[in-house]
Design a binder for this molecule. Structure first.
Ligand code: IMP
Ligand code: MG
Length: 529
């Protein structure tokens, strides 16, 4: 059995940090903070000081715990709290009453302590209204504090906070109340299997509503097209493609490489609030100079020339005091979105899931692609996870996206198997050549794309490099224009179904999605999960 509500009972001497802990649990873990002093104060006259409250608190109705049981129940029933922090319990009777009175809740009694000198110092350094005349030792002599020491022996967890930071205290408590399941796999990854432009945006948009957090890294050299809820075609350069599909949280991880203007425009277009979007403070900023430095690359290898590679090179070369490297945290316009990926992941609940959207394609990897016709990073899943800060064992599914006919951007963009022409694709599929030529332009470069036959060896290599568990086959209409009308798998052209069979036979993973067009309907979904 597992409890759906956890109640933390805090005990410990004055100034030990109970309230600070409760507040951290409140902001970081959505805890409901139940302040006993406020409850007692509510039942007494105005402007009572600590001594008055302590007196009232020790009077018969408050010595026991029934009032606390009632208060916790109210938080759970009326406000739907799943984590309540009682700040603080003072007597054994109270603890006992809470343990007996809330059988459906998990009770975690946590006792904080610290060296007396430290507590006395903290007490005087805090200007507490009403405590001005007292020393810590005097305050601790009050009858209300008499039981504090003895609560140590009955607590579930005792923490000596003398050597701990407030964050450490929070982490110790959180790891205690969530001993299991904090690291259960909850991540699915989408990755391009070819040379980019595989139609990842369309698949990501379709899947996004199933997740609580959408993550993207990479640079604005990638453009991911979606058809949003208004039916408009939108190209994402920095934000995850599912941003407009759902209201889940959005994260740009520390490996993101940002063009500030492009990102700000996209945030505005998508109406993203600081509550939804977190930009990791360490994400790298592209400078105007970086874009200039990539001009020659455009001609040489068909680079998009968006400056990401030059920025990354600077990050490596300029690890000096005089660095020109700026990170997201250095940009005033991004201030309200800045955060920390690690903290965000720490705070995800056990049942919350994450969708990672890779950019570009496996064949463009600086490590595994055809150097020098490659991009400025490794584009496979292993690196993708590292750029975000996700451990590999948290991954459940890796969906690798393949087009029926892979493309590379126009120009000197490197080898691509058996290259063909758009005429050939038009002839075979029955799609108008003009339509193909119009839509097959780079979403960033706007150049006419190159096209090739489906590469079976690339399928095998990419599937292995990424550990794909599923394949999304896109552009099924390029095999046969009639596939555009297919709403179900059994409505695909026979030859297309055979092609899917062949992919499964060669890759040894299921083709779980088949995309037949870009009308906003989403791919045919034949997942087994
Ligand atoms: P760069 O990363 O812009 O320097 O480009 C290096 C090579 O990768 C060039 O051939 C680019 O056109 C290609 N490339 C980079 N990103 C993408 C992408 O997202 N889709 C398709 N090609 C890309
Ligand atoms: Mg307190």
């Amino acid at each position: 059995m597992s409890y759906s509500v956890t109640v933390i009972l805090l005990s410990g001497p004055i100034s030990v940090g109970k309230t600070l802990l409760a507040e951290n649990l409140m902001t970081g873990y959505r805890a409901d903070h139940l302040r006993t002093s406020a409850l007692i104060a509510a039942s007494t006259r105005h402007n009572a000081d600590r001594t008055d409250l302590q007196d009232v608190g020790m009077s018969p109705p408050f010595r026991g715990g029934d009032w606390l049981v009632q208060a916790v129940r109210e938080r759970v029933e009326k406000r739907g709290a799943s984590l309540v922090v009682v700040d603080a319990v003072r007597t054994r009777e109270q603890v006992q009453a809470l343990r007996q009175g809330l059988p459906a809740c998990r009770i975690a009694h946590i006792h904080l302590l610290a060296k007396a000198v430290l507590l006395a110092e903290r007490f005087t350094s805090r200007e507490r209204a009403g405590d001005a005349e007292l020393s810590w030792h005097q305050a601790m002599e009050a009858p209300a504090e008499a039981g504090t020491e003895s609560l140590k022996s009955e607590a579930d967890l005792v923490l000596d906070t003398t050597l701990l930071t407030p964050e450490d205290v929070t982490v110790r408590v959180v790891s205690y109340i969530r001993p299991h399941g904090r690291h259960k796999p909850n991540v699915d990854v989408l990755v391009g299997g070819q040379w980019g432009s595989e139609g990842k945006g369309n698949v990501a948009f379709y899947l996004a509503p199933e997740y609580d957090l959408l993550v993207r890294v990479g640079a604005p050299n990638a453009g991911h097209k979606v058809r949003n809820r208004k039916g408009e075609v939108y190209t994402h350069r920095q934000l995850p493609s599912g941003t407009q599909a759902t209201t889940s949280l959005v994260l740009l991880g520390p490996g993101a490489v940002i063009d500030v203007n492009i990102l700000l425009r996209e945030i505005k277009d998508c109406g993203l609030s600081p509550e939804r979007l977190t930009i990791d403070r360490r994400a790298l900023i592209i400078e105007t100079e970086d874009v200039k430095r990539e001009v020659d690359l455009k001609k040489a290898i068909g680079s998009t020339g968006t400056g990401g590679g030059a920025a990354v090179a600077r990050r490596i070369m300029e690890r000096t005091q005089a660095t020109t490297v700026r990170m997201a945290q250095d940009i005033p316009e991004l201030a309200s979105y800045i955060g920390d990926s690690a903290e965000l992941f720490d705070r995800l609940q056990e049942n919350e899931s994450v969708f990672v959207e890779g950019t570009q394609g496996t064949g463009l990897s600086v490590l595994h692609g055809s150097f020098p016709h490659v991009t400025s990073r490794d584009t496979t899943v292993g690196t993708l996870l590292g750029e975000i800060g996700i451990a590999p064992q948290l991954v459940r599914h890796v969906i690798s996206v393949f087009r029926t006919y892979p493309i590379r951007v126009g120009g000197q963009s490197g080898p691509m198997g058996r290259e063909i022409t758009w005429e050939t694709v038009a002839e075979r599929s029955g799609i108008q050549l003009e339509d193909l030529l119009r839509s097959e332009r780079g979403s960033v470069s706007h150049n006419q794309r190159r096209v090739a036959e489906f590469s079976w060896s690339q399928l095998v290599t990419s599937t292995r490099l990424n550990g794909a568990t599923d394949i999304a086959l896109t552009f099924a209409d390029y095999l046969d224009v009639r596939n555009r009308r297919a709403c179900r798998f059994d409505q695909l052209a026979e030859e297309t179904a055979r092609f899917v069979d062949d992919i499964e036979m060669v890759a040894r993973v299921p083709v779980s999605f088949v995309s037949v067009g870009f009308d906003g309907r989403g791919p045919i979904d034949r997942r087994q999960w």
